[in-house]
Design a protein around this ligand. Structure first.
Ligand SMILES: NC(=O)CCC(=O)C(=O)O
Length: 283
C-alpha cells in the first residue's frame, strides 16, 4: 500500500511533534488478539488529521503478564513484532515507540532461553531507531522470576533530537533518567503496565522526572484488568516545567498532544540545573 502521507518523509524535523499514545487493553497470554487490537488502534491513530509524528504503545502489549507461560508466548528475537512495526511505520511515514514486548532470546549457550521486556523504536522510513530492555525488574509482579534484566540504557535519536526510553518501574530510579538527560535527552518515553492502587506514585514520579531533568515525559500506560490486577490508564504527557499537558482517564483511548522540543532548552536556560550540579559531592 502506498504511503497516505507522502510529505511526512520529506520533513524530517517537524516541531512541534504530534504524539499519539495508544492506551489499550491487553489480553494476558493472547498474542494473536493483542496484535489484532494494536493494528486496529494504529490504524485509528494514523487516520487522525493531522497524522501523529510519533505513536507510543504500552508495556508488554504482546503477552501481558502471563509470566508462567512467557517462554512459549514470547516473540523469538522480536521477529514478528519488528517486521509488523517496521512495515507499519514505513507505510504511514510515522515514528513508533512500540511499547515493549516479551522477546525470546534463543541460543545454545543460554538454556533455558531468556526472555526480556524489550521496547523497539522505528522511524518513518521503517528503520529501527531504538531498542531497550527493562533494566529494573519489578519483583511485586514476579518479573525477576521469569525475565532477564537489560544491561544498557535506552538512549536514541528521534527526528534528530536526543531522546530516551525507560519502562514502567524504571521511573522509580531517578539516576537512569538523569543519565539520559545528561546525555542530552529532551524527551523521555515510558511504556507501562502500572496498576491500582499506585496512581499517585505514577503521577508524582513522572512529574518529578520531567521537572528535575527539564524534559518532556511521554508515558503510555495500559488500561483494563488482568485477573485481580486493575490498570488505571492515565497515560500522560508532561512538559519540561512539569505541567501535565494531556492526561487520559481509565478507559481505552488514543491520547494526543503536541510537544515543542525547544521548550526543554528554554527551561534548561532559565533554571540552569545542569550547570549548577556538584557531582563531585554526590556521585
Ligand atoms: N510493570 C511495572 O513495572 C509496574 C511498576 C509498578 O507498578 C510500580 O509501582 O512501580
Amino acid at each position: 500500500m502506498s504511503n497516505p502521507n507522502p510529505d511526512s518523509n520529506s520533513n524530517p524535523n517537524p516541531n512541534p511533534l504530534r504524539i499519539a499514545l495508544i492506551q489499550m487493553h491487553i489480553d494476558a497470554g493472547q498474542p494473536e488478539s493483542n496484535f489484532a487490537r494494536l493494528e486496529e488502534r494504529l490504524n485509528e491513530a494514523v487516520a487522525a488529521s493531522p497524522q501523529p509524528d510519533v505513536i507510543v504503545v504500552p508495556e508488554m502489549w504482546n503477552t501481558g503478564y502471563a509470566l508462567e507461560r512467557i517462554r512459549e508466548l514470547a516473540d523469538p528475537a522480536g521477529g514478528r513484532t519488528r517486521a509488523f512495526i517496521s512495515e507499519f511505520a514505513k507505510r504511514h511515514g510515522v515514528n513508533i515507540i512500540a511499547g515493549s514486548i516479551a522477546e525470546l532470546h534463543e541460543s545454545e549457550e543460554a538454556q533455558p532461553a531468556k526472555v526480556t521486556n524489550t521496547v523497539y523504536g522505528f522511524g518513518r522510513d521503517g528503520g529501527q531507531i531504538a531498542e531497550y530492555s527493562k533494566i529494573h525488574l519489578f519483583k511485586l509482579m514476579d518479573e525477576h522470576l521469569h525475565l532477564e534484566a537489560g544491561e544498557k540504557p535506552g538512549r536514541f535519536t528521534l527526528e534528530g533530537v536526543p531522546a530516551g526510553v525507560m519502562i514502567c518501574y524504571d521511573i522509580r530510579f531517578p539516576e537512569l533518567a538523569r543519565m539520559l538527560a545528561l546525555q542530552g535527552a529532551k524527551v523521555l518515553f515510558v511504556p507501562a503496565e502500572w496498576p491500582h492502587p499506585r496512581l499517585h506514585h505514577w503521577r508524582t514520579l513522572l512529574q518529578a522526572r520531567a521537572i528535575e531533568n527539564q524534559m518532556y515525559v511521554v508515558a503510555c500506560n495500559r488500561s483494563g484488568s488482568s485477573g485481580t490486577t486493575h490498570f488505571f490508564g492515565h497515560s500522560m504527557v508532561i512538559d519540561p516545567w512539569g505541567e501535565v499537558v494531556a492526561e487520559a482517564g481509565e478507559e481505552e483511548t488514543i491520547l494526543t498532544a503536541d510537544i515543542d522540543l525547544n521548550l526543554a532548552d528554554e527551561v534548561r536556560g532559565r533554571i540552569p540545573v545542569f550547570a549548577d550540579r556538584r557531582p563531585s559531592l554526590y556521585e
